[in-house]
Ligand binder design. Structure first.
Ligand code: ARG
Length: 465
């Protein structure tokens, strides 16, 4: 910290009075954005390389700056870097330190650049890296769901609509529904890469620069696909932040729906699954309790992700072009959503590895609520060639009859069923059997065990390709 004793902001030649202490404290984003130090330094290195290639700075200045930047990188990694709140953000902190190390030559680093394009470049680079990390986390989660499915092809349970028994399903088919949801999440994150691959560096404050810079060089060097096309839009744009926060939100919502479902299934009333001790917590007063806190954690955290998305959209809603301090909050929202999502996916995997379906209970519950009434109506359509609506009405009569007799339709005798329509033949008893019902759903995407096995094979192949 020797060469430069100047601890003043870079704008002290213009702004004479010392800034408000409270605003300096709360207005600083350093605590949040220091997480971007690597991206900031790599982007600065690419920038000065480009400046030298374009003959805007000399070779010796370029070499000095790159040497200084690498020294700073090392200091931060080794935790020897002193972060000083008065430097406002990671960009000013690095620049200030560069002055301490190099003296006045450090001043060349900010030629043809503004913090406005600098912060965007850093953030997009960080988001790209983190998007790949999330996709990786999703892949691991999908693999566990595949495993859960494979163990439960012939575990039959009630499928619900309105939380009322609707039609029987294979538990594997239920897990495959979540495979679909997390696969869509993956696609959503992947799609975001297209915008994230546009390089903001070089748009400077908002209007571009009069220096003969080469934005295509920094684009290639930093792993982007092309430079952004409009300098004003680039500085003002946070759509890619919203896209990310939205993708996180939907993925969190999927986890939250799963959690809510498992919480219900884990209740003493449903008792459809058992959670291992590894993922439950006890009560401070009720000695008998084993609470599904991990699931509640997932459900709760989805609220945070949604809040972050709404915060970002609210910040943008009334904001004229181009840069305003309001935008500084984007990073806190992004980091917060990212951290929650990754933690939640890890917790979800713990849950998937530590539960057991109560198969007996699942089958027992499947016998309630005349769950194969649709199969009965379908049988009548096929066997007696009646229109579906007529078969529906006859089936409703049979359900009413069963209810009157204190039974379900599977408990009725053939004679009792025939009392509604004497043309119904004995095969009806097979059609309303629960296992047969599941296996009859052979339509593409349906729950028959053969179908589900094929689908799981497909998911497995896709994820291992
Ligand atoms: N810390 C600032 C942010 O994250 C960097 C951009 C500052 N630009 C400015 N014109 N004040 O938004």
């Amino acid at each position: 910290m020797s060469k430069n004793k100047n601890n003043k902001p870079v704008w002290d030649s213009r702004i004479k009075q010392k800034g408000s202490t409270i605003f300096q404290k709360v207005g600083s984003s350093l605590d949040v954005d220091k997480r971007l130090f690597k991206q900031d330094i790599y982007a600065s290195i690419a920038h000065v390389e480009m400046l030298e290639r374009q003959k805007i700075i000399s070779l010796s200045v370029k070499n000095k700056i790159i040497w200084g930047l690498k020294k700073i990188l090392n200091e931060i990694i080794k935790k020897k870097f002193i972060f000083n709140e008065s430097n406002e953000d990671i960009h000013m902190s690095v620049e200030k330190r560069l002055f301490e190390i190099l003296g006045d030559d450090a001043g060349f680093v900010h030629t043809a650049r503004s913090r406005n394009d600098q912060v965007l470049t850093d953030l997009k680079m960080w988001l790209k890296k983190s998007t790949y990390e999330i996709i990786n986390e999703l892949n691991k989660t999908i693999k566990l769901l595949i495993k859960s499915s494979e163990k439960n092809f012939d575990t039959i349970m009630p499928g619900f609509t309105h939380l009322k028994n609707a039609q029987p399903i294979s538990l594997a088919h239920y897990f495959a529904a979540y495979i679909e949801m997390f696969s869509r999440d993956k696609k959503r994150f992947q799609n975001n890469l297209e915008n994230l691959n546009e390089n903001p560096l070089g748009v400077a404050a908002l209007s571009g620069t009069s220096f003969n810079i080469d934005r295509f060089y920094t684009t290639k060097k930093l792993g982007f696909k092309k430079p952004t096309q409009n300098s004003i839009d680039t500085v003002a744009d946070r759509d890619f932040v919203c896209d990310f926060l939205y993708s996180v939100s939907l993925c969190s919502i999927h986890m939250s729906r799963f959690s809510e479902e498992f919480i219900i299934w884990n209740s003493d009333i449903f008792n459809l699954i058992n959670l291992n001790d590894k993922i439950v917590t006890g009560s401070s007063i009720m000695p008998q309790k084993k609470n599904p806190d991990a699931l509640e954690y997932l459900r709760g955290k989805s609220g945070k992700s949604l809040g972050n998305l709404i915060s970002m959209m609210t910040i943008l809603k009334g904001l004229p072009l181009s840069y305003f301090k309001d935008l500084q909050d984007d990073k806190e929202l992004v980091f917060n959503s990212y951290d929650h999502l990754v933690n939640c996916l890890k917790v979800l995997r713990e849950i998937l590895g530590n539960f057991a379906p109560n198969k007996k209970r699942m089958l027992e519950l499947s016998k309630l609520g005349n769950i194969t009434a649709t199969d009965l109506a379908d049988f009548i359509v096929k066997d007696l060639k009646y229109p579906f609506r007529k078969a529906y009405a006859l089936t409703a009569k049979i359900v009413n009859l069963a209810e009157k007799k204190g039974k379900t339709i599977t408990g009725l005798t053939l004679e009792e069923i025939k009392s509604v329509d004497k043309k119904i033949n004995k095969d009806v008893l097979k059609a309303i059997n629960i296992q047969n019902s599941v296996n009859s759903k052979k339509s593409y995407g349906g729950t028959s065990i053969d179908n589900v096995k094929k689908m799981i094979k497909k998911y497995k192949k896709e994820i291992n390709d």
